[in-house]
Design a protein around this ligand. Structure first.
Ligand code: ATP
Ligand code: PRP
Length: 220
């Protein structure tokens, strides 16, 4: 690894909030404002590099040390369960991971009586763990997006997915049944980088904590 500090940032909705937060601690990348299709951007003067990757790929780039630091939703971390240092809750990207089902089904359904259900989700590992802890057997159908479609076309009656405003569930005739986890965006760090680039990474973590507040710190 170089003397650069390399960040892996998700291309989607988290990117803008991440750069706004880093901007508050003086970490910027003017090259990113260029409006092109580049995937790696540098601020060579300050020694920072930024990679734009798929949200679900952030933990992989950090785990393998291609990036020293990553920004990623807790949902992705729960699903992938990788060995990463997670020092900070960045306190944005708030949403919830929930179990949901069609409104009509909910009226006569008792989740307490479920013993064997079929669930469509982007989060098969979290879903399996959650229902296994309740003694419920799940037939998992892994999807990669538009999860709320599954009950509409008879793929599965239940889904596990993220809810933020609730508009997607509502507009597709579904309601929440249970909350599995509250989700926010997290800072993750490669364990080797934490040793080899300790002073710089510690400074970044401390500066972010200074901006967000003490409640950002996650105890190991
Ligand atoms: N509706 C939402 N409101 C707020 N945060 C959300 C919402 N949906 C997702 N997120 C958060 O943003 C993260 C990235 O979501 P985004 O939609 O940008 O990527 P994605 O399309 O889900 O991932 P990928 O590109 O790997 O398929 C999620 O992992 C979650 O933490
Ligand atoms: O409660 P809401 O504010 O409506 O947000 C929830 C929706 O947002 C996410 O989908 P996304 O936009 O990432 O699209 P996707 O279904 O293709 O993953 C999530 O998977 C829900 O579908």
């Amino acid at each position: 690894m170089s003397d650069f500090i390399t960040f892996a940032l998700p291309k989607g909705r988290i990117m803008q909030d991440s750069m706004a937060l880093f901007g508050q601690i003086g970490i910027t990348c003017p090259e990113m404002d260029g409006g092109n299709r580049k995937l790696v951007f540098e601020n060579a003067a300050d020694g920072y590099r930024f990679m734009a990757v798929r949200a679900t790929d952030v933990p992989t780039y950090v785990e393998y040390g291609c990036a020293d630091i990553g920004v990623v939703g807790k949902d992705t971390l729960l699903e992938q369960n990788k060995d990463l240092y997670e020092p900070l809750d960045l306190k944005f990207g708030y949403c919830r991971l929930v179990v949901a089902e069609p409104k009509a089904l909910r009226q006569n359904d008792d989740p307490g009586s479920w013993s064997n259900i079929r669930v469509a989700t982007k989060y098969p590992n979290v879903t399996e763990r959650y229902f296994a802890a309740k003694g419920i057997q799940v037939e998992l159908i892994k999807l990669y997006g538009s999860i709320e479609l599954a009950p509409l076309v008879g793929l599965s009656e239940r889904i596990v997915d993220l809810v933020s405003t609730g508009a997607t569930l509502r507009d597709n005739g579904m309601v929440e049944v249970e909350t599995i986890a509250e989700i926010t965006t997290r800072l993750i760090v490669n364990r080797a980088s934490l040793k080899t680039k300790h002073a710089r990474i510690r400074r970044i973590i401390d500066a972010l904590e200074g901006v967000i507040g003490d409640e950002a710190r996650i105890s190991p």
